[in-house]
Design a binder for this molecule. Sequence first.
Ligand code: AMP
Ligand code: MG
Length: 523
Amino acid sequence: MIGGGAGRWESHGAGSHAPPDEIMNAPDLPLRSIDELDFDNSFARLPPRFYTRLAPWGLPEPRLVAASTEAAALIGLDDGALATPDALQWLAGNRVPAAADSLAAVYSGHQFGVWAGRLGDGRAHLLGEVRGDAGPWELQLKGAGRTPYSRMGDGRAVLRSSIREFLCSEAMAALGIPTTRALAIVGSELPVQREETETAAVVTRMSPSFVRFGSFQHWAAADDIDALQALADHVIDRHRPALRERPDPVDALLRDVAQRTGELLARWQAVGFMHGVMNTDNMSVLGLTIDYGPFGFMEGFDGGHVCNHSDSAGRYRFSHQPRVAHWNLLALAGALLPLLDGDRERARAAVDDVYGPAYDNCFARLMGAKLGLAGAADEALLVGLYGLLQRSRCDYTSFFRRLSALPAMAADAAGGRHDAPLLDLCIDRDECAAWLREWRARLATDARPDAARQAAMRRCNPKYVLRNWVAESAIRAAREGEYGELRQVQRCLARPFDDQPEFDHLAAPPPDWAAQLEVSCSS
Ligand code: AMP
Ligand code: MG
């Protein structure tokens, strides 16, 4: 593991999958109104013990806080279609579309490494799926009331956490990172009690599937092998039909999940994303980022950073994320054991053969691209880089963006030097200068002209990520009923790699008022 722990999983292997097309591409459908959406619900065709059919409670006097044009386009909707009074009632859970089949799904999981037993959609209603050009998208209302899986919870989500989930889902998609999507947020004056009294909101989430590792764990724990098989068949036939042709489709599914999870984790580490609550019920079997809670993007680099204030042991600290994902995959493998002839060696091999190489290969490739190298990044260069970042606590996003502007030669023909903006980020300028010499030695093997390399680096080193202080500032305004700032942030983060001078302030490290911001599990 490289300094700061963002580095390699283990040093072997290759193999790569592109991110799923349905996440990356908007379909080319004629735009339609929300009433024309045609719902199916294939999850509802699983046996009844998989879910409880029920209508959402809805929200009194809802108002549209924000909508995502990009997510709307995935299901062929004009975002104007979300601004109608009918749409508002629907997005609030006050009126269930006639063709929908609203349900809450059951799942279980390990929370902070401890078996938590039955969890389930305690505040989410799956309406069903809507066909987009690139495949079906399940639509889910989060925060629209209690379900049989709510335990002690109120079935609600507060505006604060809903804005964070909305902004980050769409920002991750724009960064090219597999994720669930967010179609809209509606808010209401309905009071919700957390550490203080807040107000309720509903986020409409979209995903090809919301099945989690914990969905399989649930049936394994119940020793219900028929259900386990039915769920595996559902995921394979619905989402990974090519695996049906393999000699052992369940083994192939586990390997597929390990591959995609490895690549997802490499993308998180490369961009500096911290999930915050990597419980097995928050891990998607499609390898998507799911369940945005106390997440964060790395600012002043610290491999040991814990973004979730409730995670006192630091289980989900940045540097641990790849190991936690492996642990979670082994939990999934354990759950699938009955479908793998109870063969522990085989289940473990399905994870271990695939996960480490998938992570290593993808991470080295992504870091090579971030550093402007023609190929993958080598370990020596990365060890030096992470040591430098850690000791200097450099702002992670700014470091790579400023690096993207540097020429391959340390000094130009007139003797001019260009490194100052990067050196300024580092406490130890000499260490930074020494690392830059190493970096330039690698660049020398690449024949690309500066302009082409710099443009390529800007396309993989975002200028804008969802910084906590940026989210917090938009949330404070939205709580006062002022949504302009939130929509500006959303607009900025839709093009994270483009220089947008009007949004320069959003690329800045936290201002003084936000230096001590803390984010907890409370949502
Ligand atoms: P999370 O930490 O958001 O992933 O949630 C873990 C579990 O708690 C899931 O089963 C959620 O549905 C449930 N949950 C979280 N918050 C609430 C709430 N306010 N009301 C009901 N269930 C909740
Ligand atoms: Mg969850």
